[in-house]
Write a protein that binds this ligand. Structure first.
Ligand code: ADP
Length: 494
């Protein structure tokens, strides 16, 4: 039985405190399973001012923390703490108003990233390590996520390599999205975090080169990012480290996304009795002002309305999609043009299309439960959560076969009725139109297969328990790489 580990999880977001995407879901859920496996986990987040000190009962920790930022000088910050709800896991918040006293984690209301993001997250990364010393928590592994906390892996392998406190601290870098890299012109700060840069820094690339082990959130995406098409310029770094690159698909939280117990939906149902799903469909149609018809299929989209999600191609296909006898429900927010385009289509086709612009968890649950199909035509998809929720609710995913979507959705086989969704390859308006058409045909003409697909979908489980075991394996691998085989043996026995 290997020794249990001290695990530091550093992230720019985590459920339930602050969320913009799937990264937050992972950091909110994985630690709970690691705790069950007996590990000692501590999470560190920036304290954005949207995180309410009263609501979470944040307590101050220690004295002020002086973070040495190279040529930016020493910056003094505070630290606060609370427990991750329903666990005994400590969550720490780095409190520094100049950098985090803003509403959004990465960008202001104009959607543009803050100009000082590199300094904000370099500072945060450094503060995470300084905090460990302050609270005397010596991590066996620092689990860092995306570019924001990649500098931790870089520092552990450079400035902190022979620091007595961190000399045995391994690092695992999880890439949730390759598109954002923390790439900045650093001409003004040639000396930063004790590392010399000539002109540019790419925090993610540095993290890839310095982390002991790297993983992405699906096997498919781990393969894709070795290619120019998906690597967003980092294919060389990824290929240089491909021997240490793994894929671990995300789990979902079945205490939240489960039609059997979900309180946000109007009727509960399960794989043996789907009658509640019919009520949910009616409720969804009513909520969105669509005709309450049980016989017409509802296709749904819940998404960031961004190019990554292929919504520009949906916009191209939508003029033809409205020709099918189906209803289309869209929930999302994102690129400004979508906030006009989709509501406008809904006004033109009030019996067929309904749209809600905004971020709304309750509506997301109602949609997952009430829809028949879920459309997710992503350009790239590191893992994707919505298709997993859809499977859990028996809402058949129609997806582009990429990354995590390809790994988690099994294409319908017309001969046998096996599968749990519908897949297509090229991201074109034709492919979306035809594949939705295939799903419509199945809905109207192959009810026997339709029920089989729904049951297959609901029977498939993506638990965090399973993913956590894989992360645990990665942690041990990382530790072995950091300390060497000899010492690893001693640690295991310790
Ligand atoms: P990404 O992280 O790329 O945005 P994922 O599918 O991995 O995509 O995760 C998206 C998460 O955000 C899911 O939990 C999804 O339900 C949620 N979500 C996205 N847009 C909305 C919205 N408008 N309202 C409610 N939830 C949303």
């Amino acid at each position: 039985m290997p020794r249990k580990l001290n695990i530091l999880i550093a992230s720019s977001e985590a459920v339930p405190f602050i969320k913009t995407g799937g990264l937050a879901d992972v950091v909110g859920a994985l630690p709970k399973e690691l705790e069950k496996l007996g590990h000692n986990v501590k999470i560190v987040l920036p304290r954005y001012y949207g995180i309410d000190a009263n609501k979470w009962n944040l307590q101050n920790v220690g004295g002020p923390l002086g973070v040495n930022m190279g040529s930016l000088g020493e910056l003094w910050c505070g630290a606060k703490t609370c427990k991750l709800p329903n666990t005994n896991i400590d969550v720490y918040f780095i409190d520094y108003e100049n950098y985090f006293g803003r509403k959004g984690p990465y960008s202001g209301s104009d959607g543009e990233g803050y100009g000082d993001n590199y300094a904000r997250f370099a500072f945060f990364s450094k503060a995470c390590l300084d905090l460990c010393k302050m609270i005397n928590f010596r991590p066996d592994v620092a689990h860092v996520n995306d570019w924001h906390t990649s500098p931790i892996a870089t520092m552990l392998n450079s400035t902190h390599r022979y620091d007595d406190f961190f000399k045995d601290t391994a690092s695992l870098l999880t890439i949730h999205n390759m598109q954002h890299q923390g790439s900045f012109y650093l001409g003004d700060y040639p000396y930063f975090l004790g590392t010399e840069y000539d002109s540019n820094v790419n925090m993610l690339r540095d993290g890839i080169y310095n982390a002991n082990i790297i993983n992405t959130v699906s096997n498919g995406y781990a393969d894709e990012i070795k290619t120019q098409e998906y690597a967003c310029g980092l294919e060389k770094a990824i290929n240089d480290r491909s021997g240490d690159l793994y894929g671990i698909v995300n789990g979902i939280d079945y205490s939240i996304w489960n039609p059997e117990i979900d309180k946000k939906i109007c009727a509960n149902y399960n794989i043996y009795d789907l009658s509640g799903k019919e009520s949910c469909k009616r409720d969804l149609q009513r909520t969105f002002g669509l005709p309450e018809r049980a016989d017409v299929p509802v296709v749904a989209i819940v998404s960031r309305l961004a190019k990554q999600k292929g919504v520009d191609v949906v916009a191209e296909a939508i003029y033809r999609l409205v020709n099918y006898d189906m209803q289309l429900v869209i929930l999302g927010e994102g690129e400004i043009w979508t906030h006009f385009f989709f509501p406008n289509i809904a006004v033109k086709h009030p019996h067929k299309v309904a749209c809600h612009i905004g971020y709304n968890e309750s509506l997301a649950h109602k949609i997952e439960a009430g829809a028949d199909f879920f459309l997710m035509p992503s350009r790239f998809e590191p893992c994707g959560l919505n298709q997993l929720y859809s499977l859990s609710y028996g809402t058949l995913p129609i997806v582009r076969a990429t990354g995590g979507l390809n790994d988690t959705v099994d294409n319908y086989d017309e001969q046998t009725g096996e599968g749990n969704g519908f897949k297509f390859g090229d991201l074109t308006a034709d492919a979306i139109y035809n594949t939705v058409g295939w799903a419509m045909y199945t809905y109207y003409n192959r009810k026997d297969h339709l029920y089989k697909l729904i049951k297959n979908a609901m029977g498939k489980r993506f638990t965090w328990q399973r993913s956590a075991l894989k992360y645990e394996e990665m942690y041990y691998k990382a530790v072995e790489k950091r300390v060497g085989a000899e010492q690893y043996k001693i640690i295991l026995e310790g």
